[in-house]
Design a protein around this ligand. Structure first.
Ligand code: KG4
Ligand code: ZN
Length: 350
């Protein structure tokens, strides 16, 4: 069964054709980074206009790469929530027209669940696993029970993790996109140069939560206060110290959740999962009470990082999870609506 996946929730216009929910037949991403670069961030109005221009050529290119005619498609899956409304509308309208014209099933997809499905396109992963979704819009540590069933253990109580990277980069004038720039600079810097405050380990209902607004303020406004004498106040050193503080906080919560839930397979996703330090820190997770998993290196946990193109926004994850819905008989009507809101997932803690 061949499903077309359409992703247009933010600034990437991405379409993919996936066979039976696993095999990527063709995948195309039209990035808008250059369009938004002068503004150091995504401008919603520009993003939706660009999607309108990009979606048809991206669709044609995806079919061409797959060597397929539209009639070969068995269904259309499209991100319908959460995201920028104007951008979502472009993808959803396009998907409705295709489904109607080709007389094939249509299914609206939740972007967060799609990110958590993405690793299944690289290698089959058994449920349940511990999902860590860290992007510009979301920070979630959750027990992933099935493709459409997650239990949220922890989240951010203020800024999303990627958002903190982007804001720090913007305030320091380091460039755009912030996460990538900080990652590159940090590799040249010394994290000891600053000792930024991180919230003490949360307790009770918040024990798996993170918080980035205090850290961001410290980096942007109070550099002097946390400077270690003898070290240069260079951008490289600031980036390294910020990145270490942000990632260490996240990894401590992830490992705590893994230990408490007994889930030994940790799967990371979202744009920040591309971060060099995050990847090495999690892969070297300290010894827990689990037996070493084969191929897990020094870690007691199996840590799965999907390939980069499946971590960031992509149509393949939408097509993949769309297949699972469609074979179960789920359908959306031509009245499918978009929503900018994050749905209310089941929370382990109130
Ligand atoms: O998943 P994604 O492409 O889009 C959203 O759904 O948000 O994630 C984009 C986020 C941005 O905040 C970006 O700065 C961050 O991921 N990011 C990174 C890196 N690459 C992208 N953050 C840290 N290190 C990176 N290498
Ligand atoms: Zn995303």
């Amino acid at each position: 069964m061949l499903i077309l996946g359409i992703e247009s929730s933010c600034d990437d216009c991405s379409l993919a054709i996936v066979e039976d929910g696993r095999r990527i037949v063709a995948h195309t991403v039209a990035s808008q980074v250059e369009l938004h670069r002068p503004y150091d961030g995504v401008v919603p109005e520009l993003a939706s206009r660009a999607h309108t221009e990009l979606i048809l050529p991206t669709y044609r290119e995806t079919l061409k790469r797959a060597g397929l005619e539209p009639a070969a498609l068995d269904g259309v899956a499209v991100t319908s929530r959460p995201g920028l409304s104007g951008s979502l509308v472009v993808g959803v309208s396009f998907a409705k027209a295709l489904a109607y014209g080709l007389d094939i099933p249509l299914i609206g997809i939740d972007h967060i669940l799609a990110h958590l499905y993405a690793p299944q396109l690289a290698e089959p992963i058994e449920y349940p696993f511990l999902g860590v979704l860290v992007s510009g819009g979301h920070t979630l540590i959750c027990k992933v029970q099935d493709f459409d069933d997650i239990e949220v253990l922890g989240t951010t109580i203020d800024d999303a993790c990627g958002e903190a990277f982007d804001k720090v980069a913007k305030h320091l004038g380091l460039g755009y996109p912030g996460g990538v720039v900080i990652d590159r600079l940090a590799r040249l810097g010394n994290a000891e140069a600053f000792r930024f405050p991180v919230p003490s380990l949360h307790k009770g209902d918040h024990r798996y939560d993170v918080s980035y607004s205090g850290l961001k303020t410290a980096v942007v406004n109070q550099l002097d206060q946390f400077h270690t004498p003898g070290f240069e106040k260079s951008h490289e050193n600031i980036a390294a110290a910020f990145e270490k503080a942000a990632v260490d906080m996240l990894v401590s919560r992830v490992l705590r959740a893994a230990k408490d839930t007994g889930l030994s397979c940790i799967v990371a996703g979202g744009g920040v999962a591309a971060n060099t330090y995050f990847r090495s820190r999690l892969a070297e997770a300290p010894r827990g009470r689990h037996k070493p998993a084969p191929g897990a290196g020094v870690s007691e946990y199996t840590v799965v990082f999907p390939p980069l193109e499946l971590c960031t926004d992509n149509g393949a994850m939408v097509a993949g999870i769309g297949y699972q819905h469609i074979i179960r008989g789920d359908r959306s009507g031509l009245d499918l609506e978009v929503s900018s809101r994050v749905p209310r997932f089941r929370h382990a803690y109130p």
